[in-house]
Design a protein around this ligand. Sequence first.
Ligand code: SF4
Length: 340
Amino acid sequence: MQEDLAIAPDPFTTKVDADPVRHQSAPIAIAQSHLSKWQTCRRKFQHTYIDSLTTPISSIQEEKMQLGQKFHLLMQQHALGLDVEPLVVNYQDRKLQKWLDCSQEWLAQLQQSIGGDRHSEHRRTLSMPGSMSGSMSESMPGSELDNILAQRPERDKAAQVYTLTAVYDLVFFADSSALIVDWKTHQKPIPTSQLRASWQTRLYLFLLAETTAYQPDQLKITYWFANKAKATTLGYDAEQHERTRADLKEILAAIDQAKQTNDFPKIELTSSAVEVCKHCDFAYRCDRDALIEADASNKNNELVELLTSRSPQISDLPTELIKHPEQLATSLEQIPEIEI
Ligand code: SF4
């Protein structure tokens, strides 16, 4: 599922109510993207969802995003039983046509093996209090939670309620099992361990288990990578479900706490943090840009040393070409005998 589709108008950007108790009672939607950012870096979460800071995207990213959106639209229309051919013709994109052909073949096989009803762009939500304790801390459907909240003591009313939200690209509901399908259009296949640990997998399965009669071990999620026409399927069980519940409670309580104290720290400076920060749009804002440049420069120096030892002609490269590893790699591609 594309992140943009998964998030309703951002709840953190709503106007602050003069009455803090009333304001805090308004539910805040939490999608997988919120949880991922929180886990990656709390400062990044703050900049994105509380300060509403945005950064421009490159034309290549924009193009990829549009292609992904077109594919999602095609799959949605197809699931509704509509003829998608006119749309495909209109798009005039061979890649899109190829993705569509491969996905239809795969979907037909899937439908045959699973059966049941299928729903596209299917939304599931669940209310969950942030920092309340006891039975109030259990997740529950909205109406039930509203009744309890109406009766709670005044002191508890400051506790924030969160609405966990997922929008599934496609879900199959069969008699004794359900399968979530997520289309991935702009990525290479992601390692299974990474998919398993992702908040998309965890939240999507958790919400389906909590809001339907299916048991966790009756649920699965499949990621279909359009570029490779390859699917990865992950199962689920009660143990994972309870771990996710515990982690969600912990994260929501921590978000509550951070909002109250306005404390959203940067990630601690380690070598792995550099890897995270150098891909982050807020590196300048966080004063981490110098660090990233130093890291890139060190890597360049190591790379140049290594390559120079293999082929002396590398040392003749103009220095501006080796400012960044990507530029260096591109330049070296022009030299046939060198492989990077
Ligand atoms: S640059 Fe690093 S510390 Fe700053 S928001 Fe991004 S990930 Fe967090």
